[in-house]
Design a protein around this ligand. Structure first.
Ligand code: IPE
Ligand code: IPE
Ligand code: MG
Length: 235
């Protein structure tokens, strides 16, 4: 299997709320189990030889949820980061966070930076957490940075190219995802990586994220290996 696995898998981890509702549990219980699913799938992705995994943890639109739910998700992210920081010395994972940091609590940003720093030279799977991430917001921030550099004359209009734009995005050093998985049956991308997913293969499953297992991941990866990517070429 190792040979054909995608280099980079992106996941929209959706369905935590519905999973909890169906069990008459609070939505935050769904997010908790969802974070355990994430730990397991990351470990498995590394075993399969996948090099990058980007996961949508919190969108710029998710602030419009009830405060109790937003606080619950932020607490879970905080716990996740703390535990990753504790394990960093003996794990091979390299962690990175994309998204808008200036709206996150300073305590969370501190942990993000600490984890990124501690794992920067790790040689295992690179896990990219999209926290307060919105694709349009990322592009707007990139445009503002480019405009600043044009003004400072460190960027020339004639140097603006697809490669150059890519360098201004949060994902600057990361190759585009080969494969996008969305759980929960929704058939949309919800502002996730609009630039980077331009040529990715998409896979949708009705499984709710807390129920998504290693064998569901196998099914998805198997389907990927049977896809034919053409990138606009004729055969
Ligand atoms: C995904 O699950 C997790 C986040 C958006 C943080 P949801 O919370 O969106 O679950 P559903 O879609 O309401 O079931
Ligand atoms: C996308 O899921 C965001 C995350 C998984 C973090 P949503 O549940 O927020 O997306 P919509 O609202 O169904 O499009
Ligand atoms: Mg949802």
């Amino acid at each position: 299997m190792k040979k054909d696995v995608p280099t980079h898998v992106a996941i929209i981890m959706d369905g935590n709320g519905r999973w909890a509702n169906a069990k008459k549990m609070p939505r935050n219980a769904g997010h908790k189990v969802g974070s355990e699913t994430l730990q397991d799938i990351v470990e498995y992705a590394e075993e399969l030889g996948i090099s990058y995994i980007t996961v949508y943890a919190f969108s710029t639109e998710n602030w419009s949820r009830p405060k109790e739910e937003v606080d619950g998700i932020m607490k879970l992210l905080d716990n996740y980061l703390s535990s990753a920081i504790k394990k960093a010395s003996y794990k091979s994972i390299r962690a990175k966070v994309i998204g808008r940091k200036d709206e996150l609590s300073p305590k969370l940003v501190e942990k993000i930076e600490k984890l990124e720093h501690l794992t920067r030279d790790k040689k295992g799977i690179c896990v990219i957490f999209a926290i307060n991430y919105g694709g349009r917001d990322e592009i707007v921030r990139a445009i503002a940075k480019m405009a600043t550099d044009l003004e400072k004359d460190t960027l020339k209009i004639q140097d603006i190219s697809e490669d150059m734009v890519t360098k201004y995005l949060d994902t600057a050093d990361i190759p585009d995802p080969d494969f996008l998985i969305r759980t929960s049956g929704e058939l949309r991308t919800s502002n996730f990586l609009p630039w980077q997913l331009a040529y990715s293969e998409f896979y949708f499953t009705n499984k709710m994220w807390p129920d998504f297992s290693r064998s569901d991941f196998d099914l998805a990866i198997n389907e990927y290996t049977n896809r034919k990517r053409r990138f606009g070429k004729s055969e």
